[in-house]
Design a protein around this ligand. Structure first.
Ligand SMILES: N[C@@H](CCC(=O)N[C@@H](CS)C(=O)NCC(=O)O)C(=O)O
Length: 225
């Protein structure tokens, strides 16, 4: 039976980009369904009733959601070019850093620095810098978080390379600079320039416009409170 793989996503969400990159690295053919999150399709609601979010991967009719769960499913189903290390401790650490990226780094930047101003933004920046320093240390002696090639943590943190680079245009924020985070800066460049990753990257102009609108809306909402 031919495999049927479908990916429900939006063009911009960093959570879905993880899945796009993983499927491309594994060489899995798939169909893309672009969702409008303001008008979610009945299929999305049926496939992910618990969260009603993208991404959702549907493999031979069976839905899987939550990007890290999907990444692990992909890695276990299509075993060529493994994303997670073999050693159980290394695997645990990869999952740890991926989760740290979402729980602490993403939150301190996109729920903090990006949507705040003045003193509040300065405080959020201190927290973001502390969190980023952990990732800087984790990269010591390595080109990618996965070692010599892109792995699970690189895909998990891909949003850093993808979104951080546009924040300077959107909010005048230079969060990861060569002066403060030389290893992360080099990683952001190497990751973004890697084959497969660079061919599957949302258009920069569109990203800037989207995140500008997002920031303006968040700041306006905060001001009207
Ligand atoms: N933890 C989820 C996060 C997914 C997520 O937040 N998706 C957003 C798009 S960036 C979404 O679908 N939001 C729709 C909503 O909240 O209604 C994952 O890793 O897949």
């Amino acid at each position: 039976m031919a495999e049927e793989v479908k990916l429900f996503r939006t063009w911009s969400t960093p959570f879905a980009l993880r899945i796009v990159w993983a499927l491309k690295i594994k060489g899995v053919e798939y169909e893309t369904i672009f969702e409008d999150l303001y008008n979610k399709s009945p299929s999305l609601l049926q496939y992910n009733p618990a969260h009603k979010k993208v991404p959702v991967l549907v493999h031979n009719g069976k839905p899987i959601s939550e990007s890290y769960v999907i990444l692990e499913y992909i890695d276990e189903t299509w075993k060529e070019t493994p994303l997670l290390p073999e050693d159980p401790y290394e695997r645990a650490m990869a999952r740890f850093w991926a989760k740290f990226g979402d729980d602490k780094v993403f939150t301190s930047i996109f729920g903090g620095v990006f949507v705040k101003e003045g003193k509040e933004q300065e405080e959020a920046m201190v927290e973001a810098m502390e969190n980023l320093q952990f990732l800087e240390e984790e990269l010591r002696g390595k080109k990618f978080f996965g070692g010599e090639r892109i792995g699970f943590v690189d895909l998990a943190l891909g949003w850093l390379a993808n979104l951080i680079s546009i924040l300077e245009d959107v909010a005048g924020l230079k969060i990861v600079g060569e002066d403060k985070f030389p290893l992360l800066s080099a990683w952001m460049k190497d990751f973004a320039d890697s084959p497969i990753i660079k061919d599957n990257w949302p258009p920069r102009d569109k990203m800037i416009a989207k995140f500008q609108a997002l920031r303006d809306a968040k700041l306006a909402a905060a001001a009207s409170k």
